[in-house]
Design a protein around this ligand. Structure first.
Ligand SMILES: [Zn+2]
Length: 291
C-alpha cells in the first residue's frame, strides 16, 4: 500500500514557505500539493501548520490521504472498506424523510431512527450509477444492482423503497440499510481532525462513545469477535459531525465475496480501501510459532 497526501495551501503561504515549483496552482489563489506520506516535506508542512495555528491561522485549508493498492493486496484482503463516491444533495431530510430526533444522542445526533421511507429529489441522484450517497450519508443502490445482490445471496442488508418528494415510488432505486451486527473500530485505527491533529482533547468525540471523531485518518481495524459473517459490515462507532441535516455516519465495509461481485457487475462508482480484522491469536497458532 502506498499512501499519498494532498494539501491545498493558500498561494500566499506556499510562495512564502515552499519551493516555487511544488504542486500546481488551482485558479490563482490555491496551490494543490500531492506528496508521498513519507516525504520529509509532509512533516515540514505539518510543522508550519502547527506554528500558524498558534497564531490563530491554518497553513493549509484542506488535506486528504489517498491509499493505492496492488492487485494482490486487494485480492487477499479479508475485509474491505467501501467508499461510495457519487455524492448528491439535497439529503433525505430536506425532501420529506422523517427522522426521530427526539431519540438522538443530544451530544452527537447518533441514533435517530428513520421513521419513513427515504424521500429524495430523485432527478438529483447521479445518472448511470449503481451506488450513490447523499451529503448526509443516505445510500442508494440501483434496482439493477439490488437484483444481482439478492440473486447472489449477499447478506447483511435490506434494500428499502426510495420515494420521490411527492411520495411516488422511485422504481429505479433502493435505499441500502445495513442490518448486520455492528463491529467495533479498534486500535491502531486513527481518527481525528486531520493527520496531524488526532483531537487529543476529544472535541469531536461523543462522551457516550457513539462518535469516534471527525475524520478517518488511517485504514480501519475492526474487532472480529462477535461479527456475524455478513457480506455487508458496518461499524458501531460513527465518524463525522452533526451539523444541521448532516450527521456522523457508520463506516461501510464489505466481504471479499461482495467485493468480487461488485467488480464482476462493474458496479459504478466506488473506491476501496483494505481494512483489517483483529482477532485474539489462537493459542495453538502461538504454540506452533514458538516451536
Ligand atoms: Zn452520542
Amino acid at each position: 500500500m502506498r499512501e499519498t497526501i494532498e494539501f491545498r495551501v493558500p498561494a500566499g503561504h506556499a510562495d512564502m514557505f515552499l519551493e516555487p515549483g511544488l504542486g500546481t496552482l488551482l485558479g490563482d489563489s490555491v496551490r494543490k500539493i500531492v506528496l508521498p506520506m513519507d516525504d520529509p516535506r509532509v512533516k515540514f508542512i505539518a510543522d508550519l501548520d502547527r506554528e500558524f495555528l498558534k497564531k490563530g491561522k491554518a497553513f493549509f485549508t484542506y488535506s486528504h490521504i489517498s491509499r493505492h493498492y496492488t492487485r494482490k493486496e486487494l485480492d487477499t484482503a479479508e475485509v474491505l472498506q467501501l467508499i461510495i463516491r457519487p455524492t448528491f444533495e439535497p439529503p433525505g431530510e430536506m425532501c420529506g424523510t422523517k427522522y426521530d430526533d427526539a431519540a438522538a444522542c443530544p451530544h452527537c445526533g447518533a441514533g435517530a431512527p428513520q421513521l419513513t421511507d427515504l424521500h429524495l429529489d430523485v432527478p438529483h441522484i447521479p445518472k448511470k450509477k449503481d451506488l450513490a450517497v447523499t451529503i448526509a450519508g443516505e445510500i442508494v443502490v440501483s434496482a439493477r444492482l439490488t437484483e444481482a445482490l439478492r440473486k447472489h445471496g449477499i447478506t447483511g442488508a435490506e434494500y428499502r423503497p426510495v420515494r420521490h418528494k411527492t411520495g411516488k415510488l422511485a422504481e429505479e432505486w433502493r435505499q441500502l440499510v445495513v442490518t448486520s451486527k455492528p463491529v467495533d473500530i479498534v486500535p491502531p485505527t486513527r481518527v481525528g481532525d486531520d493527520p496531524f491533529n488526532l483531537d487529543q482533547q476529544g472535541r469531536h468525540r461523543c462522551p457516550r462513545k457513539h462518535v469516534a471523531g471527525l475524520n478517518r485518518i488511517s485504514e480501519l481495524w475492526l474487532k472480529q469477535e462477535g461479527q456475524d459473517g455478513s457480506d455487508w459490515v458496518r461499524t458501531r462507532q460513527l465518524i463525522g459531525a452533526w451539523q444541521g441535516v448532516l450527521r456522523p455516519r457508520e463506516q461501510l465495509l464489505i466481504s471479499p465475496r461482495l467485493y468480487r461481485l461488485l467488480l464482476t457487475l462493474k458496479a459504478k462508482r466506488f473506491e476501496i480501501e483494505v481494512a483489517h480484522w483483529t482477532t485474539p491469536r489462537p493459542s495453538s497458532a502461538t504454540a506452533r510459532l514458538q516451536s
